[in-house]
Design a protein around this ligand. Structure first.
Ligand code: NAD
Ligand code: IPM
Ligand code: MN
Length: 349
C-alpha cells in the first residue's frame, strides 16, 4: 500500500467540525484503496494567533512543504482583525505553495433543490478555474493619509504573462477533457483594459493549440446574470482571482448551497503540496452548534483523492455523496456528524 503524508489544518469556526467528517469519510474509503494516510494536524488559526501572534510561521510552512497534500477547514474569526488570518494564513499558503489553480466545480446533483426554477443537473455542470496567485489578491498597494478626510487606499491587481498563461493552459486542459469542450473567459476587459487585454491575448494564442475547444468571452457582470438565468451557457470558466471568488459563491448558491461547494488549490507542477478545502468560510454564526453541512469538505476530500491518483476512491466518495444528497429531501434536518456518518457508511458499505 502507498503511504501519503496528509497535513490537516482544521482552522476556525466550523472548520474543525467539517474536517472531522471529511477525515471520517477518508478513513472509510482508505481500506478499499491501497492508500494509507499519515496524518499530521496543524494548530493554526484564531486560537494560535491569540496565544502567540503567529498566523503561518516559517517553520510550519517548511513542514507543510514536506507534505504531499493538505486538507483545510476554514479560517477567520470575529475576534481577530479581518484579513489577519485570511491573508496571513490562507493566502500566504496559496501564494507560497504556488496554488495557481483554484479549481471550483459548480455541479447540481440529482435531487438537490436549486433556487433556479426548472433548472436540472444538465443545466448546472461547470468547472470554474480561478487564478489563485495574482490579481487583486497580491497585497500590492497601500494607504496614504490614513484616517484623514483625504485618505487614499490603493489595491492593485497584478497580472503577469507567466501567471495568466499557466492558468489558461490548465483551463484548456480541463475543457479538452470534458464532453462539451467549451471554455469561457470571464473578465471585465471593457474597464480593466490592461489585465483584460492580457487575458484575451493569451487565451487567443493558447487556443490555437486546442482546436477542439471552443472559446468565448463574457464580462463578469453579465456572467452573474447568466449564472442565474442561463447557467447551461457555461462548461469551463477561466477567470481572475477576485472574479472567481465572487462567482463561485454564486455558483454554490445555484447548485444547492455553500455547504456543498468543494475546491482545490492546485499546484499542477507538483513543486509543493496542493490544498483542498470547502469554498465556504468559518461560519461563526453557526459554529459549535453541529449545524454545518460537511458535504463541501467531503467533496473536497474526493478532489484530494483524485489529486493523489486515487480516482477509484474519489468516485466512491462522490457516489456516496450523490446517494446521500438524493435522499435528503425526504429526511428532516441532520447534524454535521449525522451527515458525515451517513456518507461514511455508504462509502464503507
Ligand atoms: P461563510 O462562508 O463562513 O458563511 C456565509 C453563510 O453561509 C453563513 O450564514 C454561514 O452560516 C453559511 N455557511 C457556510 N458554510 C456552511 C456550511 N458548511 N453549512 C451550512 N451553512 C454554511 O462566509 P462569511 O460569513 O463571509 O465569512 C466568515 C469568516 O470566514 C470570515 O472570517 C471570512 O474571512 C472567512 N472565510 C474563510 C474562508 C476560507 O477559509 N477558505 C472562505 C470564506 C470566508
Ligand atoms: C475563499 C475565501 C478566501 C478568498 C478569503 C477568506 C481569503 O473567500 O476561499 O473563497 O477570497 O479566496
Ligand atoms: Mn470566497
Amino acid at each position: 500500500s502507498r503511504s501519503i503524508r496528509l497535513a490537516v489544518i482544521p482552522g476556525d469556526g466550523i472548520g474543525p467540525e467539517v474536517v472531522a467528517e471529511g477525515l471520517k469519510v477518508l478513513d472509510a474509503v482508505a481500506p478499499s484503496s491501497d492508500l494509507k494516510f499519515e496524518r499530521t494536524s496543524y494548530d493554526l488559526g484564531a486560537a494560535r494567533w491569540h496565544r502567540t501572534g503567529e498566523t503561518l510561521p516559517d517553520s510550519v510552512l517548511a513542514e507543510l512543504r514536506d507534505q504531499e497534500v493538505i486538507l483545510l477547514g476554514a479560517v477567520g474569526d470575529p475576534s481577530v482583525p479581518s484579513g489577519t488570518l485570511e491573508r496571513g494564513l490562507l493566502l500566504r499558503a496559496r501564494f507560497e505553495l504556488d496554488h495557481y489553480v483554484n479549481l471550483r466545480p459548480v455541479k447540481l446533483f440529482p435531487g438537490v433543490a436549486t433556487p433556479l426554477a426548472g433548472a436540472t443537473p444538465d443545466d448546472i455542470d461547470m468547472v470554474v478555474v480561478r487564478e489563485g496567485t495574482e490579481g487583486p489578491y497580491t497585497g500590492v498597494g497601500g494607504v496614504l493619509r490614513k484616517g484623514t478626510a483625504h485618505e487614499v487606499a490603493t489595491q492593485e491587481s497584478v497580472n503577469t504573462a507567466h501567471g495568466v498563461e499557466r492558468v489558461i493552459r490548465y483551463a484548456f486542459e480541463v475543457a479538452a477533457s470534458r464532453p462539451r469542450r467549451k471554455l469561457t473567459l470571464v473578465h471585465k476587459d471593457n474597464v480593466l483594459t490592461f489585465a483584460g487585454d492580457l487575458y484575451q491575448r493569451v487565451l487567443a494564442r493558447v487556443a490555437e493549440e486546442y482546436p477542439q475547444v471552443s472559446t468565448d468571452y463574457c464580462h463578469v457582470d453579465a456572467a452573474t446574470m447568466f449564472f442565474v438565468s442561463q447557467p447551461a451557457r457555461y462548461d469551463v470558466i477561466v477567470t481572475d482571482n477576485l472574479f472567481g471568488d465572487i462567482i463561485t459563491d454564486l455558483g454554490a448558491a445555484i447548485a444547492g448551497g455553500i455547504g456543498l461547494a468543494a475546491s482545490g488549490n492546485v499546484n499542477p507542477a507538483g513543486t509543493a503540496p496542493s490544498m483542498f478545502e470547502p469554498v465556504h468560510g468559518s461560519a461563526p454564526d453557526i459554529a459549535g452548534q453541529g449545524k454545518a453541512d460537511p458535504t463541501a469538505t467531503i467533496l473536497s476530500v474526493a478532489m484530494l483523492l483524485d489529486h493523489v491518483g486515487a480516482a477509484e476512491a474519489a468516485r466512491r466518495v462522490e457516489r456516496a455523496v450523490s446517494a446521500d444528497l438524493a435522499g435528503r429531501a425526504a429526511l428532516g434536518p441532520r447534524s454535521t456528524t449525522e451527515i458525515g456518518d451517513a456518507i461514511a457508511g455508504r462509502v464503507a458499505g
